[in-house]
Write a protein that binds this ligand. Sequence first.
Ligand SMILES: C[S@@+](CC[C@H](N)C(=O)[O-])C[C@H]1O[C@@H](n2cnc3c(N)ncnc32)[C@H](O)[C@@H]1O
Length: 512
Amino acid sequence: MDSNPTGYLTNVAYTDNYYEQLSPAALNYLAGVNGHAPRSLSDFDYCELGCGSAVSLLVHAATHPGGRFVGIDLNPEHIARGEKLAAAAGIRNLTLVAEPVSDALAASGLPAFDFIVMHGLYAWVHPEVREVVRRFIDARLKPGGLVLVSYNARPGCTAREPLRDIMRRFALPLSQDPLERVQLGLSYLRLMLNAQVPFFRLNPELAKYAESLFERDPHYLAHDIFIDTWNPLGVETVAGEMGDIGLQFAGSLPLWQNHPEADIPDNLAGLFSAQTERVTREVHKDFIYNTVFRTDLYVRPATDSQSLPGRTKALWNMRFSAVVPTDAVQLSMQSGSLSLPLNTRESRMVFGLLQDGARSPAELATHTGLAHMSPDTLVETLCWWVLSGQVRPVTQEGDGGELPSAAGLNRALLAAAFQEPDREKTWLASPRFGCAFPFDKAQALALCALSDSAEQSPSTALHELMQESGLSVEQDGVAMSESELIELAEQLFDELEVAGTLDSARRLGVIE
Ligand SMILES: C[S@@+](CC[C@H](N)C(=O)[O-])C[C@H]1O[C@@H](n2cnc3c(N)ncnc32)[C@H](O)[C@@H]1O
């Protein structure tokens, strides 16, 4: 197997992925909801370790022009792909480094970071590499800086170990090639599933999981099953390791995990009501929910003030906006074990105001209908809306300021998606929310053409985009005429209207 000195697989590229939880705006909200001060979004440094082909970094760099972004990945193919997309999208606030994380890199000319994130790295490498990662963080994280780490977690992921083990035992002696090994491992599983062997009869959840592997991209499976360094971790282990470099546990995803009103089933709440030590609580939650994957936030406490600002203060000036229209709003929703109290007069009023534009709790508090609410209650009301997924934090700080354009990136992501025939979706970046949302490829094509149509006719914009994306602009071997292109453009735009996609794309800020 082709591998580098860290033991990680390098001869098979990983899949392109986007993760909204890595967005600086999302990280700030997660910190704030747990009472930690958010970082400035108008001037900051951000680093992603093991960034793969850097799709998340590209989106975040395009939508946060106040940030300077660095991505590090040991696989030169991943970095080359990210650089190609960055060049096509005209992104200049991103530097990509094709090297393993190392002490030398930590000591090189990199800046000190406000954010360091890693998705799918920490539990995929040897303990010695985890140590290097921690030394890197220790050397390069600012006081008050935030770290997001996501990893395969105990006990849920550990329970899957026998499947991974048997696939490897079967496939490793038969081939050196990682993708061939994936096919061999899957064929073994198919045989066992079809034979309804006792293992699967006695472990129906694992049978479901085994079936789900057939839906996954083989490149993903090569990295998940056929690397030697895979190792699910307990939250207490990761918290202990981060504690060794002075970081404190600061929150977890999904968001409901940060609200004690929601995070433990009602019938067990009494048992844990006195459990205020957060990591211990998380350990019990992982048992209760059989957690498979964790996404945790850590903070390096600022040296000047050890005290937490608290949730209300941390979120007071953060701005939020609604992402669903009033006629589609859901007032009755469950989040974890909590029925969200959305259907009160004040709560509906908060939602109504966030329909009109982005507002912070400080701005909401000046509204006459909300002036009687205490700051804590107002912020809590807003948090329930965020938990419902119907309101989100926005990127822009304060009033005014032009939102950056993500049109170039969206075109580049679209072209890349069309180069992969099996891919149904692409991501479109939203400068308003500082993240990207998935869209069907044909719908995304029409949306990008529409957002380009300020400078040229929609059919010309569509023609150009189709050519950029390598799509045929011929019908029956003959180049499409102007009138045929206009007809195609109108048909695509009509479909957007009918499906409500145009409206939701505008709300999500992916087109203006
Ligand atoms: C499982 S993939 C995850 C990729 C991406 N973060 C994602 O979640 O889609 C792990 C990534 O970490 C990179 N990697 C592994 N060991 C590394 C190291 N020591 N230094 C830098 N990158 C590393 C791999 O090349 C790969 O891109």
